[in-house]
Write a protein that binds this ligand. Sequence first.
Ligand code: NDP
Length: 318
Amino acid sequence: MPEELEHVKCLIIGSGPAGYTAAIYAARADMKPVLYTGMLAGGQLTQTTDVDNFPGYPNGILGPEMMEDLRKQAERFGTDIRFGYVSSVDFSALPHKVVIDEVKTILCDTVIISTGASAKWLGLESEQKYNGFGVSACAVCDGFFFRGQDVAIVGAGDTAAEEATYLAKLCRKVYMLVRRDEFRASKAMVHRVQHTKNIEIIYNTETTEILGNETGVTGVRTLNNKTQQERILDVTGFFVAIGHTPNTEIFKGWIKMDATGYIITHPDSTQTNVEGVFACGDAQDHIYRQAVTAAGTGCMAALEAERYLAAKEHIVTA
Ligand code: NDP
């Protein structure tokens, strides 16, 4: 006889602030959620150090500690948290089918996608070495630690432009490293960057090495790709703002996404194009990308999943 498939009311995919918040709400609504953590349990925040902008922590908190707190809170209300990754899905019919680690299939009445996004990195060894020690992919998260100091930021899109002006308010000087002779960012953003006194834009320039010692970053080695001239910038912070990749590959073909892979949800909602499937956090938000906004949409997803199930039960029993 074939083995009976596990059937869950609510499956949550991902363990960042969005996933854990969805789990807290779903568990408290007695949806008995099962949450799969993905390969990086706790998500992007486990790779940062201090988090000073999440409300409720007057003295700040370490990213990994905050995620541990969120996990415990989700568990406290009975979320079944499992280590594993979703390898494929089949959203062609209800209940939805979700395959875990390529072997186990789960039938789900509702699915909450909270798989997040991953920052793109330059791929330098020294960048990895000083990650969290002066190298960051989030100016809003970490800019504060470089108040009054000189920093560099790489990238030329809207994110880089926005983050450079954010950093310029805090730092003494911001070097903006642009690899071509022009920006990709919108005209308005470029205008703002160009008219900020303490931002120096360096065009046609690539980063070849992050320099540092036991205290963290001390400089950046750059190369002008037109003149081949090398330059060393004395900075204590290095920000990478060359884009993010939403972790949504496995949903391609089932869920509507924009050209860069961000999940498209209905306006003011986390509802995707597939009935019973909701998306929250950085997998569907390319604008704010903050822990607190991810938590907010995680809450929305759980409430919407609960209402969806309640409406269905009403129809079945009516
Ligand atoms: P983008 O993909 O738009 O830009 C990435 C930038 O990084 C490009 O300028 C690119 O250079 C540069 N880059 C990529 N790889 C490297 C590398 N290895 N070395 C140096 N530079 C590199 O990403 P964003 O995150 O900026 O924006 C994503 C989307 O979000 C966009 O649609 C943007 O408009 C939107 N957004 C909107 C905002 C707003 O409206 N307020 C704020 C932030 C983002 P190159 O140009 O040479 O390819």
